[in-house]
Design a protein around this ligand. Structure first.
Ligand code: FCB
Length: 472
């Protein structure tokens, strides 16, 4: 669908997006808010984890992050300047329920009230994620997501947060990337709460999915008809060099993608994944009658986070434990990235995104929204500007990849750049900058990067250039 734009002097080719395409940018509470001890906020697992020596690079913590808790009006102003139609952010559960259950902190809810009002006042649609990894520490003290009870606490919290914002927020996401919460949190422990227990991580995955289903049920029961509920998953396209490695790809695809997709689609947990992981012990014993129905409760859209493809090969020894976050994975070797990589070392290849979207259209059949996509590079501010050419290329190439999928018939409704602001990148602390807006952490000065200006032009044109990286 390449069209020549009659409005531009150069008549350059533009790839146009559907008229009501949702353009936005995304953040998460712990990564930007700072103010971790004010207004009655309880500690989260990330506060505890970041306080452990060696857990987070440079000993970085959630303070001050981007000080967004205090600076949100200026940040919303910036969104409006960029022309963002929507903003995806998460609520900090421990601000709203400091102990994760029971008592509600009115000052926590009031902050999100103010943020939502500010967004609406500037014509930016709020898209709320209920859980982006900052579990109240009090719940972790009782096992966190390893404990089935956490799923019920999550649904209670979801219902009360939804009730408060329901008159102004239509688009809701339960969990961000349960793969990360379960496997980075409890299998290899590189994320909070830092537990290394692969079998328990699969049980945690089930409790997360149960919490998702219970939360959707609870919110739907009280929601007006125009509310749209979703979950955000982090998918990867798994690539191999030879047929001998196809089974390795199946295993990784199973643990990364199908373990979450299949139960959502009502297919239960994939048998091959259950078999592959059985040597850890029977984690499926935590699945009770009725749980799979709860998880399969219908949702309205699926959030897709995509960064990079994953390359794997069959390992020489079929029983060698692959290590890393994939619980129970054996006989698989992860291959190094090829070609261009980001500052984080992640392979840059936008074809993985088109391939993924086409696959999700077939396997899921729900409207899709790209809820995160972006790249980290070590930016510098020079003369008041950040000329982030590599990120700009990444952005435009991935938007072309999204356009290609739409042209092939995939129902993609929106795109959210990760991230609005440079922020606390979890175990990497402040060392990785993903923002389309630069943040100087000493002065809290924001500088829109070239990638941010490019996104603003894309939004203005509702199109990306078919070639090159410049828009008029
Ligand atoms: C995703 C997370 C997000 C951010 C990006 C880089 O996995 O959802 O918070 O850290 O990766």
């Amino acid at each position: 669908m390449t069209t020549t734009d009659p409005d531009t002097e150069v008549g350059r080719d533009l790839l146009r997006f559907p008229p009501d395409f949702l353009w936005g940018s995304a953040t998460a509470s712990f990564q930007i808010e700072g103010a971790t001890t004010v207004d009655g906020r309880g500690p989260s697992i990330w506060d505890t984890f970041a306080a452990k020596p060696g857990a987070v690079l440079g000993g970085d913590t959630g303070d001050p992050a981007c000080d967004h808790y205090r600076r949100y009006p200026a940040d919303v102003e910036l969104m409006a300047e960029l022309g963002l139609g929507a903003y995806r952010f998460s609520l900090a559960w421990p601000r709203i329920q400091p102990l994760g259950a029971g008592r509600v902190e009115p000052r926590g809810l009031a902050f999100y009230d103010r943020l939502v009002d500010e967004l609406l006042g500037k014509g930016v649609q709020p898209v709320v994620t209920l859980y982006h990894w900052d579990l109240p520490q009090a719940l972790e003290d009782h096992g966190g997501w390893r404990n089935r009870d956490t799923a019920y606490r999550f649904a209670e919290y979801a219902a009360l947060a939804h009730e408060r914002l329901a008159d102004r927020v239509q688009l809701w996401t339960t969990l961000n990337e349960p793969w990360c919460s379960a496997f980075l949190g409890y299998a290899n422990g590189i994320h909070a709460p830092g537990v290394v227990d692969p079998k328990a991580s699969l049980e945690a995955a089930h409790h997360l999915m149960l919490g998702h289903g219970l939360a959707v049920e609870a919110m739907r029961a009280q929601a007006p008809a125009d509310h749209r509920f979703s979950i955000v998953l982090n998918f990867c396209s798994v690539w191999v060099d030879d047929d001998a490695s196809l089974d390795a790809a199946r295993k990784v695809d199973g643990l990364q993608n199908r373990l979450f997709l299949d139960p959502l689609a009502g297919r239960g947990y994939p048998e091959d994944v259950v078999e592959d992981t059985a040597w850890l012990g029977d984690w499926t014993s935590v699945v009770r009658d009725g749980d799979l129905d709860v998880i399969a409760t219908p949702i309205d859209w699926m959030g897709v986070n995509y960064y990079s493809p994953t390359r794997v090969a069959v390992a020489d020894d079929p029983l060698v434990v692959s290590g890393g976050p994939f619980p129970g994975l054996r006989g698989v070797e992860f291959l190094p990235a090829r070609g261009e990589v980001t500052g984080f070392g992640w392979e840059v290849d936008a074809r993985g995104l088109t391939e993924l979207l086409e696959r999700l259209q077939r396997d899921v059949g729900l409207p899709l929204v790209i809820t995160e996509n972006g790249s980290a590079f070590p930016d510098v501010v020079e003369g008041g500007e950040v000329v982030d050419e590599a990120r700009t290329r990444y952005l435009v190439d991935h938007l072309r990849a999204v356009h290609r999928a739409i042209a092939a018939g995939v129902d993609v409704r929106g795109y959210f750049a990760w991230s609005l602001l440079d922020n606390f990148e979890w175990a990497a602390g402040y060392s990785q900058r993903f923002g389309i807006v630069h943040v100087d952490y000493d002065t809290q000065v924001r500088t829109v990067k070239r990638s941010g200006r490019t996104l603003a032009k894309v939004i203005g044109a509702n199109a990306v250039p078919a070639h090159g990286y410049d828009l008029p």
